[in-house]
Design a protein around this ligand. Structure first.
Ligand code: FES
Length: 138
């Protein structure tokens, strides 16, 4: 990992963007990593046109889980929910800009999993998050 990328990740961890409870959120979801207990709550205010007017998160946990949450939530401001449904694991790895080893994949994807659950909940879709993220708890 380059020093710069390391600094960017640490900065998001120490100074998370859009951190906090969003009053009058359209949808909110909490998720945690059962292996360590680290958690993320995602809050979305979604407009009539299906765009995210405001997204925030709260959480506590390791640097990778919290930094990726900060980066992800920052990246979806004003995005349409359809666009968000297309986000995948690789988008998170690209945001982090580092190779994520198998032991840290769950850390990196915790916020995406919570975000997808929130979006699917909003869309009224059956929650396929467990399937999409290949939950094996191992
Ligand atoms: Fe818990 Fe990273 S160690 S999410």
């Amino acid at each position: 990992m380059s020093d710069i990328q390391f600094e960017i990740i640490l900065d998001h961890y120490r100074n998370p963007r859009n951190f906090g409870v969003l009053e009058n959120a359209t949808v909110k979801v909490k998720d945690s990593n059962p292996l360590c207990g680290d958690m993320i709550e995602v809050y979305l205010k979604i407009g009539e046109d299906g765009r995210v007017e405001k997204a925030t998160f709260r959480g506590q946990g390791c640097a990778i889980s919290q930094a990726s949450a900060s980066m992800l939530i920052e990246s979806i401001q004003n995005k349409h929910v359809d666009e968000i449904t297309r986000l995948g694991k690789q988008d998170i790895f690209n945001m982090l800009g580092v190779e994520v080893g198998p032991a840290r994949v769950k850390c990196a994807l915790l916020s995406l999993k919570a975000l997808k659950a929130a979006i699917y909940g909003y869309l009224g879709k059956k929650l396929d998050v467990e399937e999409e993220f290949g939950e094996s708890h191992g």
